[in-house]
Ligand binder design. Sequence first.
Ligand SMILES: [Zn+2]
Length: 249
Amino acid sequence: MLTKDKGICIRTTDYSENSQILTFFTRQTGKISAIAKGTKKPKSSFGGPIELCSIGDMVFALKDGNKLATLTEFNPTFFGAKTRKKLLSLNCSLLAADLLNLFTKEHDPHPSVFNEAISFLQKLEESGGDKVLGLLIPFEFSILNETGSMPVCDVCSNCRRKFGSAWKDFYFSSLANGLLCKDCEGAFIDRKQVTPACAQYLNNPANAASDYKTLVLTQNLLIDYITHILERPPRTAIMISKLINTPTG
Ligand SMILES: [Zn+2]
């Protein structure tokens, strides 16, 4: 059966001399793996190898009981050409691909995450410099939220005291799975003190417009947190850490 869908390429592996095995996050089917035969041949009907983070209309065949689909058409509508020229933007787009792969299961669609991913990649293409983290963090929150992995930031994740202005100090712990109040921070060895602005942002990510320092602090916490959930850092997270924590970078 041939299926038409729209997908984001989130993983590529070379297969034999001319082909690729690709993972797509699709709108209607969710994550799928597919072989694309001959994409690396000079006169391939695909018009060349399929790139990570490209978005396109696709047709694939998936036989019952078969894990690997066969990609028959992929007509890219978005390449991210400008993003590829900017190191931090490029790494943020690769991290988004990594997260889509790591946080979703095969054949389990999440249309709202799909739409957020498309919007994120397109906005990334038009922005640069300081704006990038302000795009990445809301996307990370949306995927964590949709996949049930959101850190607890509306109450103390330990004693459940409601987050608010009465809190004197703010801490975050991946082990505790969220924010911690002053009374509870001592019990979690990995806790880090965070600024009030960072705690506010974690508490209400929709209320963005944060300064760059807060965005960097929040992104560092999210990398720690995602690494804790996945039990290893996403491949691109280390590079992003380096880029955002180097003042001249
Ligand atoms: Zn507490």
